[in-house]
Design a binder for this molecule. Structure first.
Ligand SMILES: Cc1ncc(COP(=O)(O)O)c(C=O)c1O
Length: 431
């Protein structure tokens, strides 16, 4: 008998295979970790950090990699290293994790939020150009989830207006634009290695760059202001206190060991994710309902999927919204998540009163986030954007087929999914 009754109504779930878990670890890092623990060399520019930075530069195709404590201080340091100073404006997309904006605020810059492309959820180049003022110093293109920003257009704008480009590549470990590694296209790239990322050590970050001056500045910023004794030698064994300001944003050897292990698997995992993403895309096209995978720009030559970005078209769903669709799909065992909230809704961006824990700003000088409503950002949050997490893309072909079977089942019974969702909403409101 066919399994047609929706799981949300008590039917059998379409997905019976187990979802892949994350993170994945291997023997190498367990061996290295034991060695590190026994060695007592736990931090301060150790051999594993150095090896990771060299390997990662090779993987990304950047001249330099600097390991840091997380993917927020990486943004702060990268912005400072490209020359952003207090009072400058930095252009940031309205859709990203709040840290992208926060990093700029923390170094005294003003953040100008602009809209995104409704398909890719990445910053819209036309909106960047409209937002440029005399104070603009840098742009942060965030290559979000499973898509990349239009780097050709962004670099053209940056060159025309003499702006710096700091790529936020927290979601793109190994993506390539026309064969060039994300993070090595602009002036600097900022990676996060936080637990959910496709390359992770729990918490951690790195900046990649091709510019030796940016490299030295970031090294000083993370290493209490230290600089090279001999400019011709590697900074790792050639540092001395210098007349620069810096912090302790160092990475530990335990972090570096986990990253080295993850990096051994990353290329193969990325290839598998690309294959499974193509299978999911093709399967959704065959189903033909409201859900499809976001268009892939042909200039992307490798896509590292932090998530597979999908588009729910409300004009094709007979009035059923994406929350109802996601609820019914989730019950079938196919979990599609939503995006971040618009950055301007984050309490971190309450810069308007002196009791605020974030740096107070002159209201006349900053964009008014309280009344900001970027149309594409709003719409993707509420109506169109759905995400399949990267670990699902490491499942077998049969697992992806089951996810597709779940989508087909719900698509075939959209009115039922809509009714169940409406009923639950009503019940919740009564509580
Ligand atoms: C787009 C983006 N930028 C920056 C960050 C900040 O990274 P971290 O959490 O390592 O500080 C994140 C983290 O999730 C992110 O998703």
């Amino acid at each position: 008998m066919q399994n047609t009754r929706l799981a949300i109504e008590g039917g059998k779930a379409a997905v019976t295979l187990k979802a892949p878990t994350w993170p994945i670890t291997g023997r190498e890092e367990v061996k290295w970790m034991t060695e590190v623990v026994k060695s007592g060399k736990w931090s301060w520019l150790g051999p594993h950090e150095r090896a990771f930075c060299e390997d990662y530069s090779r993987f990304i195709g950047s001249k330099y990699t600097i390991g840091l404590a997380n993917g927020t201080v990486t943004l702060q340091c990268a912005l400072q290293a490209v020359g952003v100073v207090p009072g400058d404006e930095v252009i940031v997309p309205g859709m990203t994790w709040c840290a992208t904006a926060q990093a700029a605020l923390d170094i005294g810059a003003d953040v100008v939020l602009v809209d995104i492309d409704p398909e890719t959820l990445c910053i819209d180049p036309a909106s960047i150009e409209k937002a440029i003022t005399r104070r603009t110093r840098a742009i942060i293109p965030v290559h979000l989830y499973g898509c990349m920003c239009d780097m050709d257009a962004i670099l053209r704008i940056a060159r025309k207006h003499q702006l710096k480009v700091v790529e936020d590549v927290a979601h793109q470990h190994g993506s390539q634009w026309k064969g060039k590694g994300a993070g090595a296209i602009g002036d600097a790239g900022s990676f996060s290695f936080q637990q959910s990322k496709v390359l992770t050590c729990g918490e951690g970050g790195a900046v990649t760059t091709n510019d030796p001056e940016i490299y030295k500045t970031i090294f000083a910023l993370k290493q209490v202001g230290w600089g090279p004794k001999d400019p011709k030698k590697s900074l790792f064994d050639n540092l001395a206190p210098a007349n620069r300001y810096g912090h302790n944003y160092r990475m530990t050897e335990m972090q570096a060991v986990l990253l080295r292990g993850g990096l051994l698997r990353l290329a193969a995992q990325t290839a598998l994710r690309e294959k499974r993403a193509a299978q999911f895309r093709k399967g959704l096209e065959a189903i033909g309902g409201p859900l499809r995978v976001a268009a892939r720009d042909p200039r992307i030559t490798r896509q590292a999927y932090y998530a597979l970005t999908c588009y729910f078209d409300p004009t094709q769903s007979g009035g059923v919204n994406k929350d109802a669709f996601a609820l019914a799909l989730g019950a079938e065992g196919c979990h599609l998540g939503g995006t971040y909230w618009p950055v301007y809704r984050s309490p971190l961006l309450n810069l308007y009163d002196r009791t605020s824990p974030v740096p107070f700003r002159d209201q006349k000088k900053i964009q008014d986030y309280r009344h900001l409503k970027l149309p594409n950002t709003e719409r993707c949050v509420k109506e169109t954007a759905m995400l399949l997490t990267h670990s699902a893309l490491l499942g077998s072909e049969a697992y992806i087929d089951q996810l597709l079977a779940a989508v087909r089942k719900v698509t075939d019974q959209l009115p039922v999914a809509g009714k169940v969702w409406a009923k639950r909403q009503k019940a919740q409101r009564k509580k």
